[in-house]
Design a protein around this ligand. Structure first.
Ligand code: SF4
Length: 217
């Protein structure tokens, strides 16, 4: 999606988004050619319809832009899918393509999006409080406008997580076992895990899932 914005303005058509997808499509991980082609065609359709709703001249201030900030106890950075300008304010846009369609609660509860808001403020020296989850297949947008209080709650939770990680690594730094400090957390998710080949506990916990098992067709 970034490459669409990299095109000259005259070439930013919905069909160009489809052509970019065709050029970048990887055929790995599908059951067979038929399934691969079905999903490529579906994804091309999603993109063409999504970009048809955009104004190609409305250049975003940031596309796949890294932003960073510090809190009282953390230094955080991340890459934002898109940063839009609406009036005097900047907006954090995150793309979603999965089966699940996010709602406003998802936008409100996303810690990464909240931290992106702070990163955009620091990086662009601009006002930012709105986050949007753009679900490309359904062309729906889940929105939340952060307050200073909601951002502070996310920062507090992120800082607590950071403190937990530091506490958990202390025994390892003192020469303790990584296995004891970070025991395997097994479950059905082990069926999808990229590391299961090296993880006997995960292999016992769940059968391997085929890469295409979560697709509808
Ligand atoms: S397979 Fe092992 S490494 Fe992967 S999620 Fe399961 S427990 Fe963790």
């Amino acid at each position: 999606m970034k490459r669409w914005w990299d095109l000259p303005l005259s070439r930013r058509t919905p069909e160009a988004a489809g052509a970019l997808l065709d050029a970048a499509w990887l055929r790995d991980g599908f059951r067979d050619d038929r399934q691969c082609d079905q999903w490529r065609d579906a994804a091309r359709d999603w993109l063409i319809r999504y970009f048809a709703d955009l104004d190609p001249a409305d250049e975003p201030p940031g596309v796949e832009r890294t932003v960073a900030t510090t809190t009282g106890r953390l230094a955080v950075s991340g890459r934002v899918d898109r940063i839009d300008r609406r009036g005097e304010e900047l907006v954090v846009v995150d793309y979603k393509t999965g089966r699940w369609v996010p709602d406003a609660d998802d936008a409100r509860g996303s810690q990464p999006l909240a931290l992106y808001v702070l990163g955009v403020r620091r990086t662009f020296r601009a006002t930012c409080r709105r986050v949007e989850l753009h679900h490309v297949p359904s062309r729906t947008t889940a929105v939340f406008e952060h307050t200073e209080e909601s951002l502070a709650r996310h920062v507090g939770r992120a800082e607590d997580t950071g403190a937990d990680i530091v506490a958990a690594t202390a025994p390892v730094a003192a020469g303790g076992s990584t296995e004891d400090a970070f025991p395997p957390r097994t479950g059905s998710h082990c069926g999808w895990c990229d590391f299961r080949r090296h993880c006997p506990e995960g292999q016992r916990a769940a059968p391997a899932r085929e890469p295409w098992a979560a697709l509808r067709t």
